[in-house]
Write a protein that binds this ligand. Structure first.
Ligand SMILES: *Cc1c(COP(=O)(O)O)cnc(C)c1O
Length: 383
């Protein structure tokens, strides 16, 4: 059942609708093959096989080995695990410094803050007015005691894509590990962990038409992350807990589907996003936030002077349009986005922001309706 009629979903950076092929792939693992993957009998072995098959399929898409993939319950868990797991492990060698950026998702920022309370030192790199971090900045921040650099592949609020391969290179030259939060990127841009110098990477299925509540951490061979959940021997003893078999199978299907459709879908999303952008730039005192030369194809972040972002969202909701003012995690709080403030936006413009993220189920007809609705709402709110 697809909600249509008055409803337009334009918040695909928050989550996406699951595709039919993913749902179909998952269904057998709900009622038919429900065995515990650790069990020795037939339906248990079926589940085990499905998980290992999914691991291989996922690894292939990112040019990793199957044993480098650790399934998690979400992107947030993968981020927590990467940052805290490596920091605590390398602290034993006296390395207690972490480098990240000030525009990371809260899963990274709050993990770093938690480590600071444990006595770690964290450098939060600033970004330029488009949200970019340079490899030179990272290089200059690396110290003798740096354990890890964690820089996101692409930002969830403004879509800015960071030069991860070059950052990874700088890290490797200095003998420092490099983690990237690729939650917004996986399924949208090509990823090759080897060519891009990525040692660890977080991914979440629900951002690319897969199920919610499942993700993975890629962790380079022989770099075993510190065990994150204690318990059984799942995930080679590193992450206990009975596996979400259906979710894992769905994630593999979603990632493969996304890869196969990428060349067709990415230009379509970019064209739709650009079309909405030009329509909305006709609104006086409006601006685009982010880097228009290095940006995720479906992401548009704009600010409208003298408009409150929350009121904008409520009015759009009344018109049946689901959009965001930034990250879903930040909405509900009235603080302006930490990402927009990091770009140097004045408080007022950071408050008047709107994030529209289109996905594979959006149409050009919807793009027209979005433009019209936002124009009306902004005019109303300014009156
Ligand atoms: C959505 C998101 C996360 C969190 O992923 P969940 O699976 O929802 O926990 C982390 N980082 C970024 C950049 C995201 O967009």
């Amino acid at each position: 059942m697809i909600m249509k009629g008055n409803f337009i979903y334009a918040d695909n950076a928050a989550t996406t609708r699951m595709s039919d092929s993913v749902l179909e792939a998952m269904l057998p693992y709900m009622q038919e093959h429900y065995g515990n993957a650790s069990a020795v009998y037939r339906i248990g072995r079926d589940s085990h096989q499905a998980i290992e098959q999914a691991r291989k399929r996922i690894a292939k898409v990112i040019n990793a080995g199957p044993m480098d993939i650790y399934f998690t319950s979400c992107g947030t868990e993968a981020d927590n695990w990467a940052v805290k797991g490596i920091a605590r492990k390398l602290a034993e060698e006296g390395k207690k410094h972490i480098i990240t950026s000030c525009i990371e998702h809260h899963a990274i920022l709050h993990s770093c803050e938690a480590l600071e309370k444990e006595g770690f030192d964290v450098t939060y790199l600033p970004v330029d007015e488009k949200g970019r971090i340079t490899p030179e900045q990272v290089k200059d921040a690396i110290r003798e005691d740096t354990a890890l650099v964690s820089i996101m592949y692409a930002n969830n609020e403004i879509g800015t894509i960071e030069p991860v391969a070059e950052i990874g290179q700088v890290c490797h030259d200095a003998g420092v590990l490099f983690h990237t939060d690729a939650v917004q990127t996986a399924g949208i841009l090509p990823i090759d962990v080897k060519a891009q110098n990525i040692d660890m990477m977080s991914v979440s299925a629900h951002k690319f038409n897969g199920p919610k509540g499942v993700g993975f951490l890629y962790c380079k061979r022989n770099l075993h992350p510190q065990t994150f959940m204690d318990g059984g021997a799942q995930e080679r003893g590193h992450r206990a807990g009975t596996e979400n078999v259906a979710g894992i199978v769905g994630m593999a299907q979603a990632l493969e589907d996304a890869k196969n459709a990428r060349d067709e879908i990415a230009p379509k999303l970019a064209a739709m996003r650009d079309y909405i952008q030009s329509g909305l730039l006709e609104i006086p005192d409006s601006q685009v936030n982010g880097d228009q030369d290095h940006r995720l194809p479906g992401t548009l972040n704009m600010s409208f002077a003298k408009v409150d972002g929350q009121s904008l969202l409520f009015s759009l909701d009344l018109k049946g349009i689901a959009a965001s003012s930034g990250s879903a995690c930040a909405s509900g709080s009235l603080d302006p986005s930490h990402v927009l403030l990091a770009l140097g936006l004045p408080y007022e413009l950071a408050h008047g922001s709107l994030r529209i993220t289109v996905g594979r189920y959006n149409t050009m007809e919807e793009a027209d309706q979005i433009i019209q609705a936002v124009k009306e709402v902004v005019a109303d709110l300014r009156n």
